[in-house]
Write a protein that binds this ligand. Structure first.
Ligand code: UDP
Ligand code: MG
Length: 328
């Protein structure tokens, strides 16, 4: 977030008419998908029974694409002023792209949407309706997950279970990034300074009146998924460590347990020695000391680790993304 974009934004918000709806679309190497996406979304949105039909923008965030995506987006902007484009200097990841989209979107309501049309734009009608009723966050809940492989469904379920048990911010299961956010919510998210941006967790933290609409997640129209299992695993770890200190703290408990076990073992050895005499001199005191101190060390490392983990994440204070070019 640079000073310049802030000025630009407040100027736009004060002087120019701002759109009702901003659709934020992260794009990475999606040359086959962009044209189809635009055609479908524009036709669906212009047909909406809402003020958004005449007043919307589609803000693409090019997340360091290496194919012709940026060129396609450039010509889309030339053909239609409602299309705006931000282009990153390299790949920063989808979460950073969404952050940039929220920073630069001008609409009263903002909806992040994948370019592969897995989030059906038809669901926008129901979302806008809920928004008009006064809900500030309307998240899309996937009514079908059967298209995902069994492994993905199970791991996703385990992740939500683990996350919601360990963290105070409960995230709804089956809800992706496809959701409508009121300007108020967007501004809260933008004001959150943390570097590790696990969007689902941040939305959950922000609160506000929330509603959900069901939608059937579609198969990817073109291209292939940009997430492999390793990326999803890292993403899951980020998600848990971003909002929970439990993984650090657990070592303290393990340390206490080991120390307690070592103490009990010490009691056992002492009693046995008193009754049966010494079999290997020195062995008992040695093993007890090693185990007990090992436990204590884990305990203290756990406590230090808790602080270092937090400090590391926050001290770098680098920008979340670098914009090379802004079109429109
Ligand atoms: N994406 C991105 N940066 C990345 C990876 C993905 O902006 O590093 C975009 C991608 O172009 C798409 C959206 O994020 O619009 C979702 O990606 P994908 O469909 O590959 O994920 P999936 O639907 O399989 O979870
Ligand atoms: Mg997808």
């Amino acid at each position: 977030m640079t000073f310049e974009t802030d000025i630009r934004q407040s100027a736009a918000r004060l002087c120019l008419p701002t759109p009702v709806l901003s659709i934020v679309v992260p794009v990475r190497d999606e040359e086959e998908a962009i044209a189809v996406f635009l055609e479908r979304v524009v036709s669906v949105v212009t047909a909406l029974d809402d003020a958004a039909a005449d007043s919307f923008e589609i803000l693409f965030v090019d997340d360091g694409s290496t194919d012709c995506s940026l060129e396609l987006l450039r010509s889309a902007n030339a053909a239609d002023q409602r299309v705006r484009v931000l282009s990153f200097s390299r790949n920063f990841g989808k979460e950073a792209a969404l952050s940039a989209g929220l920073d630069h979107a001008l609409g009263d309501a903002v909806v992040p949407m994948d370019v592969d049309l897995q989030d059906p734009p038809e669901a926008l009608a129901a979302m806008l309706e809920k928004w008009r009723e006064g809900f500030e966050v309307v998240f899309g809940v996937r009514s079908n997950r059967e298209r995902d492989s069994a492994a993905k469904r199970i791991t996703a379920h385990l992740f939500y279970r683990a996350h919601n048990r360990l963290s105070n911010d409960k995230i709804p299961e089956h809800a992706g990034d496809f959701r409508l956010l009121d300007r108020k919510v967007v501004d809260v998210i933008r004001s959150m300074p943390e570097r590790s941006r696990f969007m689902k967790g941040m939305f959950a933290w922000a609160g506000f009146r929330q509603a959900s609409v069901e939608y059937a997640r579609q198969p990817r129209q073109h291209g292939t998924t940009k997430f492999n299992y390793w990326k999803l695993w890292t993403f899951a770890l980020d998600g848990i460590t971003a909002t929970s200190t439990m993984p650090l703290r657990v070592w303290s408990y393990i340390g206490v347990t080991i120390a307690a076990l070592a103490l009990a073992y010490a009691g056992f050895i002492v009693t046995r020695t008193l009754i049966f005499g010494i079999d290997v001199p020195g062995y008992a005191s040695l093993i007890v000391a090693i185990l007990f101190l090992g436990g204590l060390q884990l305990l203290s490392l756990g406590i230090i680790g808790e602080y270092i983990g937090r400090i590391l994440v926050e001290t770098k204070q680098r920008p979340l993304y670098v914009v090379r070019e802004q079109i429109g």
